[in-house]
Structure formats: structure tokens, C-alpha cells
Design a protein around this ligand. Structure first.
Ligand code: WT7
Length: 654
């Protein structure tokens, strides 16, 4: 097949796709204008897509006013999220598969869990939680592999009004204990081991280590998943599966207020301590389910696969809550894209006849490097749509995804959003908005983006513009506060550009009004689609006895998008050796988790600081990018010679 000389830069969906799409171009225009003109009326209508025990009469009560940031949606409504995701499908689809669980190894059979089975298992899990004293408003930390019990645990918490906080199974004991303590959780649900890519993480051992730093009363519910031996603390440790088998198979659900918290999810910010993002019940569920249906053009009977982990918000909204609220069949995958070989994603797509496939650019780039032959081996004819999330997708990866996976017939939805936003903010609706590779395109209903000049905070009124991305008004999926710290919530998101929600991202809008996210403008980096605060890595490094000081920045990395580059100043008399370098990497893995491992460490006897002692990261970023000519003004540095030295020493980065 010959390649076109120049690929077209705009990709509309096929006529066939548009004909059956939920929303076409005219529909998008009409619905978007309506949502922007009268958000309360728009959401009053669309709030009805979920079941309410007590219908709301108030729809929108939100303020981005400095000093009075307050966000409430459907505030007098009552509902139960678990009932919406499970019970309400019982009359129409009790025997339909709700969750397909695909295990780490392809030889282990997949599980097809029907809605009826999901209801029973959720109820059993809820009864176990209740038996151990968990009630409405209590926090439950979930530290599990990608196994069905993670879904049962989330839905069980929602059922009894408890607030879950999932900690990604790749996080360290320290990260886990910090989250258990910050949320003051009553119990943690974990497993013996987490198999992934043929290896096993000792989750129970990690939890034991974490619980040494927590209140003695915290219970430890253990899912015996692999069945391998673990330690056991009697009185504290509970065998979840054994108890689930004993308790009643039904548990009634409680009524919660629309604004009662559904979950807390910790994410990285530009300062050291992770932020406990709080999402509430009503608005979140309306938004997750609507975006799931519209963005992915999900139709009844489709098989939907989001490859994320439930430890991230993507897994919350698009493996569990959105799909299940819509009565979908959703895949939960325990493994990794390259195990046992680089064809695993495509093997799973073929096996389960996946219709919508949603993954991250970092995975696409990694698989692209393995060669298209891994894709060609499998029958991908079931695919109708592809999605991308987590970072900007580079055109090369977009083209590969489009050509080899989508065979040129699947729209690609590049969805821009954040832990804080609950669901997609900027994304093409596939039947309505032609795609441009690398652009997240247009706002979802009710989302009003605005581009401000980073320095002057002036709103850019021209269509073609560049600056920082803010949102002018609330949408139902928006976070409500930071757990236990509303002041930090205001500070972090509403103080820099008063009157607006500040995303932390840079953005360009082209002459057609398409949005192009250009990356974070704060000290947050994006490593393999995982969000990392540079300050977190720095504080882990300086906690090492041989490190005097550290500064961490991101740098362009071919597969990960951004890599972690650490400038490290050692204590006096400490020799910089390769062994110490390895030791520091290992140390950071232990302190935070493998996703925070520095990719490069440069020994740096001095760091570029202003006279007031502030490290000038701008300069460090440039050196990490090998961009020495554009260092900008260095005259305010206390000691400008440090810069020369850093450049001269850059070859010792490894
Ligand atoms: C940050 C949020 C919620 C999705 C998973 C990540 C970046 C996310 C895109 C995209 C360009 C993107 C932004 C954002 N990001 N999606 N489609 N195009 N950038 O959630 O961990 O809260 O990270 O990820 O920088 O601020 P998160």
C-alpha cells in the first residue's frame, strides 16, 4: 500500500460512524450552546440520566469568587451510586456481563461477571465492611491489584456511604501510610500479592509495613488472591473472601446526599504533600456516565476497555463508575501491555471483541517501538473507536495508532482532563468534531475554557491564542475540595487567576478554535501518564543521609513522555559513585514507588539559586533538555558560575 505524500491534518469520522453516533456536528453545536447559555437548565435535564431516590430541585450552586469557593450540584437530591451502577440494571440486564476480568497471564481464564453476580459480590463485600464497623462517612483505603474485588470494594463503599480512597498498588508502604493517616481511614483493603507482568508485588507485606505507622485500630482486610503465604496478625487481619462467603448475599443501600463524598483520590501537586482530591456523589456520577457515553459513543451491547488502573482517576471514571452507570460491559485488565509479549493488548481486544479501546500515549509509543507485526497478528475488526489520555499524543504515535490499530476507520478521541475534573473536559465527540492529531479539540458540554496570558492574566479574546488554560465556570464532575484542607484547595486552584479554575496546563488555541494542551506550567511532571510532583521526589532524595540538596525537573523522554532528572548535591566528603547513584534510585523507589524512580541523576556541587535562595528550575530544565543557548536572564543568581559548572558537568548524568 502506498502512503499519501502528505497526510491530511484533519480527520473527520466516516459517514457510517456519524450516522449511528449519539451526537453529530449540528447536535454538538446545539447542545454545547445550550449548556453554555443556561447550565442549570441543561444539567437539570441531563441529571435525570441517573436514578435519584429523592429528585433534586436545586441544580447549580457554584462560586469561583475568591474567598468563597463553593461548588454544589443537585444539592437537595438523594441517591446511591452503587444502586445506580448495579441494582438499576437488574430488571433489564441481570444476566449481561458487567465486568470482564482479564488476568495477568493469558492462560488463566477470563471471568465474565454478570450484573446479578456484581450485585451479590458488592453486597457481600458491603456486609463484610459493616461487620467490621464501617459506616456512612467512614474512610476505607483500597490497596488492591486490578482484580474484581477492587470493583466490589468501591461499589460496597458507595453502597453503605463510606468514602473510598484507592492507593495505586505500585505505591510504597510510606505513601500508603501517609494516605491512611491523612484520610483517617478505618480500614485498608489489600491482597496477598499483586501479579503483574509475570512478577508479584507483596502488597500484604507492604501494608504490614505501612500499618506500623498508623493507628492500631486500623483493620486490614486481605483478599487472598494468589494464595501465597503471608504474615497474619490475628485480631487485625481479616480474610475477606472467607467472610464474604459467610455473610448475607444482600445488603440494602443507603441514601446519600448528592454532595456527600464518594471518594478521595490523592494526587501530586507542586508542593511536597499529595493532595486528597474529593469527589462527591451526584454530580460526579452524572458527569462520568455522560462523558463515557458521549465521548466514546458507547452503545448498548458494546464492550468497552479502558486499560488504566483503578488506582488512578481514569480507572474510577471509565472502568467503574461511568461504564457501570451506563449498564456497559467493561474490561478490567490485571496485566501489562508487553506480557507475555508485545501483542497482549491486541490479543485481549480480539478475544473479547472490544469495541472501544482507551489507553495512554506512553503505551502506544512503547508498543510502536516493538513493531506493527504484533498488532497485525490479531483480529481487531471489532474496534469502532480509540481513545487517548494522560498527556499530549505526538503525531507519530497518533498516526501509528490510527493506521495499525484503528485501520484508518476508528475515530481517535484525545481526552484532556485531570484527577480534579472527574471526567473529560476537552475532547472530540467522535461523530461531531473532526480530529487533528495532537489536539484535544473542543470542550465537553458545560465546560467553558479560557486562555489567559500567563503573566498578565488577561483573557485572550482572539480565537488563535496561547497561554494558560483556565475554566470560567463549574461543571458537575468538578472536585469539591481537598480532604481536610479547603484553604489549600482555594490556594492551589483559584488563587493564581482569581475567578477561574486554573488547570496548571499551558494551552494553544488554533484559528479553528481547537485546543492543544502544551503541558504543565507548574512543578508537576507527567511520567508515562503518571502525575508526579517534582517536590515529592526532591523530598524523598533529601531524606537520604548522604544528600544535602536536590532539584528535580522533567526532560523529554522518548517513551515516557517526560523522564525524571535529578540534580543532587551530596553532603561534604561524600564521594559521588555509581553505587551511590543506584542506591539513590532504589531509595526513591522505596520512599514513593517505582513510578518515581529518577531516570537521570547529575551530581551537582552547586545549584542555581537566586539571592533569596530560590532554586531557578527554569535553568535546570533547559540544561536537562540540552538547550544551553536559551537559558534566559541569569543575572539574579547568587552565583552565576554555577550554571557554567552544571553545563560542564552534564556528561556525568546517568
Ligand atoms: C494532567 C492530569 C485524567 C487523566 C489522567 C491523568 C495531562 C491528561 C491529557 C491530554 C494533554 C493531558 C495534563 C493534566 N493530560 N490528559 N489528553 N492531552 N495532556 O490525570 O494524573 O490528574 O494528570 O495530565 O497535564 O493536567 P492526572
Amino acid at each position: 500500500m502506498s502512503q499519501p505524500v502528505q497526510a491530511p491534518s484533519v480527520y473527520p469520522a466516516s459517514d457510517e460512524f456519524v450516522a449511528s453516533a449519539h451526537v453529530d456536528a449540528a447536535g454538538y453545536e446545539a447542545m454545547y450552546s445550550a449548556s453554555a447559555a443556561d447550565p442549570a437548565a441543561f444539567w437539570a435535564e441531563h441529571g435525570k440520566r441517573i436514578d435519584w431516590i429523592k429528585p433534586y430541585t436545586k441544580v447549580k450552586n457554584t462560586s469561583f469568587e475568591p474567598g468563597n469557593i463553593s461548588i454544589k450540584w443537585f444539592e437537595d437530591g438523594q441517591l446511591n451510586v452503587s444502586a445506580n451502577c448495579v441494582d438499576r440494571h437488574m430488571t433489564t440486564r441481570a444476566n449481561q456481563t458487567a465486568i470482564i476480568w482479564e488476568p495477568d497471564h493469558p492462560d488463566t481464564p477470563a471471568l465474565h461477571i454478570t450484573y446479578a453476580q456484581l450485585l451479590e459480590n458488592t453486597c457481600r463485600m458491603a456486609n463484610v465492611l459493616k461487620a467490621h464497623g464501617v459506616t456512612k462517612g467512614d474512610r476505607v483505603v483500597i490497596y488492591l491489584p486490578m482484580i474484581p474485588e477492587a470493583a466490589y470494594a468501591m461499589l460496597a463503599c458507595a453502597r453503605i456511604g463510606a468514602i473510598h480512597s484507592i492507593v495505586f498498588a505500585g505505591f510504597s508502604p510510606d505513601a500508603l501510610s501517609n494516605r491512611i493517616n491523612d484520610s483517617e481511614a478505618k480500614c485498608v483493603i489489600t491482597a496477598d500479592f499483586a501479579p503483574r507482568g509475570g512478577r508479584k508485588t507483596a502488597l500484604k507485606a507492604n501494608t504490614d509495613a505501612a500499618l506500623l505507622h498508623c493507628d492500631d485500630r486500623v483493620k486490614c482486610l486481605v483478599v487472598k488472591h494468589t494464595g501465597d503465604q503471608t504474615s497474619w496478625v490475628s485480631g487485625r487481619d481479616i480474610d475477606v473472601k472467607a467472610e464474604m462467603a459467610e455473610v448475607s448475599p444482600y445488603c440494602s443501600y443507603v441514601e446519600v446526599n448528592a454532595e456527600d463524598p464518594l471518594f478521595i483520590l490523592y494526587t501530586s501537586g507542586s508542593t511536597g504533600k499529595p493532595k486528597g482530591v474529593v469527589h462527591t456523589s451526584g454530580g460526579y456520577l452524572v458527569y462520568a456516565s455522560m462523558t463515557h457515553q458521549m465521548t466514546f459513543d458507547y452503545h448498548d451491547g458494546d464492550v468497552f476497555w479502558c486499560t488504566a488502573d483503578v488506582g488512578w482517576v481514569t480507572g474510577h471514571s471509565y472502568i467503574i463508575y461511568g461504564p457501570l452507570a451506563n449498564g456497559a460491559t467493561t474490561i478490567m485488565f490485571e496485566g501489562v501491555p508487553t506480557y507475555p509479549d508485545a501483542g497482549r493488548f491486541w490479543e485481549v481486544c480480539a478475544k473479547h471483541k472490544v469495541n472501544q479501546f482507551y489507553t495512554a500515549p506512553t503505551a502506544i509509543r512503547a508498543l510502536m517501538g516493538q513493531g506493527a507485526e504484533w498488532v497485525e497478528k490479531h483480529d481487531l475488526s471489532s474496534l469502532k473507536l480509540l481513545g487517548s489520555v494522560g498527556e499530549p499524543i505526538n503525531p507519530e504515535a497518533w498516526n501509528w495508532y490510527n493506521t495499525h490499530v484503528g485501520k484508518g476507520k476508528c475515530p481517535i478521541v484525545d481526552t484532556f482532563w485531570q484527577t480534579e475534573t472527574g471526567g473529560h473536559l476537552i475532547t472530540p465527540l467522535p461523530g461531531a468534531v473532526p480530529q487533528k492529531p495532537g489536539s484535544a479539540t473542543m470542550p465537553f458540554f458545560g465546560v467553558k475554557p479560557v486562555i489567559l496570558d500567563a503573566a498578565t492574566a488577561e483573557v485572550q479574546t482572539e480565537t488563535a491564542a496561547e497561554g494558560v488554560l483556565c475554566i470560567t465556570d463549574s461543571w458537575p464532575g468538578q472536585m469539591r475540595t481537598l480532604w481536610g484542607d479547603h484553604a489549600r484547595f482555594e490556594e492551589a486552584y483559584f488563587s493564581q487567576y482569581p475567578g477561574y479554575y486554573f488547570t496548571g496546563d499551558g494551552c494553544r488555541r488554533d484559528a479553528d478554535g481547537y485546543y492543544w494542551i502544551t503541558g504543565r506550567v507548574d512543578d508537576v511532571i507527567n511520567v508515562s501518564g503518571h502525575r508526579m510532583g517534582t517536590a515529592e521526589v526532591e523530598s524523598a532524595l533529601v531524606a537520604h543521609s548522604m544528600v544535602a540538596e536536590a532539584a528535580v525537573v522533567g526532560y523529554p523522554h522518548e517513551i515516557k513522555g517526560q523522564g525524571i532528572y535529578a540534580y543532587v548535591t551530596l553532603m561534604n566528603d561524600v564521594e559521588p559513585t555509581d553505587e551511590l547513584r543506584k542506591d539513590l534510585v532504589k531509595w526513591v523507589r522505596q520512599e514513593i514507588g517505582p513510578i518515581a524512580s529518577p531516570d537521570l541523576i547529575q551530581w551537582s556541587p552547586g545549584l542555581p539559586k537566586t539571592r533569596s535562595g530560590k532554586i531557578m528550575r527554569r535553568i535546570l530544565r533547559k540544561i536537562a533538555e540540552n538547550d544551553y543557548d536559551a537559558l534566559g536572564d541569569i543575572s539574579t543568581l547568587a552565583d552565576p558560575s554555577v550554571v557554567e559548572e552544571l553545563i560542564a558537568n552534564r556528561m556525568n548524568r546517568r
